[in-house]
Structure formats: C-alpha cells, structure tokens
Design a protein around this ligand. Structure first.
Ligand code: GRF
Length: 192
C-alpha cells in the first residue's frame, strides 16, 4: 500500500477529488493532509473523511525538521501538492526527490513561476491572447514549476472569457485528470 500525503493551502477541491478517488483503492491511500494555513478548507475536507490533517507554521516548515519528521513517522511514500502556495522546503524536496507531484492551472512552461497562481494565471493567459489554456501535472524540484511534466490537458480560451470563467473551465480538467495522473505515475514508479 503506497501512502500519500496531500499538501494544500486553499479550498481543497482537488484534495477532495484525490481523497474520494483513492478511498477504497487497494494500492494507494491518502493518509495525511498538510497545510500552511489553519483556515484552509482542505483541512476540514480531510477531517470529514477521517484523514489526519495538520497545519504547520512557516517557522515549522522552513526552520525545523518538524514537517519532514511527521512525513517519515507516517511512512509517507509520495507527496501530492493540491494548491499548495508556498515553496516546498529543501529538506522535504531532498528526502522526496522525484516523489512530489504538483498541478499547475496552465500549460507550462508558459505562465508558471513566481506569482503565477489563482486568478493571476488565468488573467495572464487571457491578456496574452492565447486561444487555449489547460493544466500541467509535473514533478516538483527546487526550481518551482520546472520539474518533469507528467501530463497536460487543454481547453479553449473563449472570446469574452473572464478570469473566473477560464478558471472554472481549467478546474474541470483538474478534477477530471489529476487523480488518474497521480495513480499512473505511482504505479509506474512502483511497478518499475
Ligand atoms: C488549483 O487551481 C490548482 O491548479 C492550483 O491551486 C488550485 C487549488 O485549488 N495548484 P483547490 O484548493 O484544490 O480548489
């Protein structure tokens, strides 16, 4: 049984999809939810599903080994970032090299990097005049949104799209494809 930790800072709609998708799965189990914001909706979603959910302070993330020790104590095999808005600390990046998966709400390498999250991404895509956007699921390394791309899916950008309208279209792709992409990657990694 591979043990997943989800890191989430926000609403947690992707965390919910992952929890629902893997509940009852005989090979992969979501066993922990970690957040950097105590008001994150994702914490409540995990608790409702009976999954331990812990909020850590920035101090704990960046100036201690508390979070890494918790991951090791829980025998976490893979980490999935589902709207985690701070940088993954170096000690966790090192301990989980090529085992941290992120979803980005645009077609990397475009529209990635610092500040590119939430509606900012969709505003930038609309302003760029691009006719399509989408999602990128990728491995996380020390250079933020630059790890190996595992999967991408596209959707149109329509003439009078607002950032909110595009965000909703992109989020549908996220909910459709993220869990399967995570499962496929873990199976490839563990079946060799
Ligand atoms: C999603 O747009 C995801 O692509 C990005 O953060 C957002 C998380 O949304 N990484 P939610 O909290 O899962 O609803």
């Amino acid at each position: 049984m591979k043990r997943l930790a989800i890191f989430a800072s926000g609403t947690g709609s992707n965390a919910k999809r992952l929890i629902d998708y893997f509940s009852g799965n005989k090979d992969i189990s979501v066993v922990l939810l970690v957040s950097n914001r105590k008001e994150a909706g994702a914490l409540e979603i995990a608790r409702k599903a009976g999954i331990p959910a812990i909020n850590f302070t920035k101090e704990e993330f960046y100036n201690s080994s508390t979070v890494l020790e918790k991951l090791i104590a829980e025998k976490i095999d893979f980490i999935v970032l589902a709207g985690f808005l701070i940088r993954v600390p170096d000690n966790i990046l090192k301990a989980y090299e090529n085992k941290i998966i992120n979803i980005h709400p645009a077609l990397l390498p475009d529209f990635g990097g610092k500040g590119m999250y939430g509606l900012n991404v969709h505003k930038a895509v609309i302003e760029s005049g691009k006719s399509e956007s989408g999602i990128t699921i990728h491995l996380v390394n020390e250079h933020y949104d630059e790890g190996r791309i595992l999967f991408q899916a596209k959707c149109p950008v329509l003439e009078n799209d607002t950032a909110e309208m595009l965000a909703a279209r992109v989020q549908e792709l996220e909910h459709n494809y993220f869990p399967e992409a995570v499962e496929r990657f873990i199976k490839e990694k563990t079946e060799g």
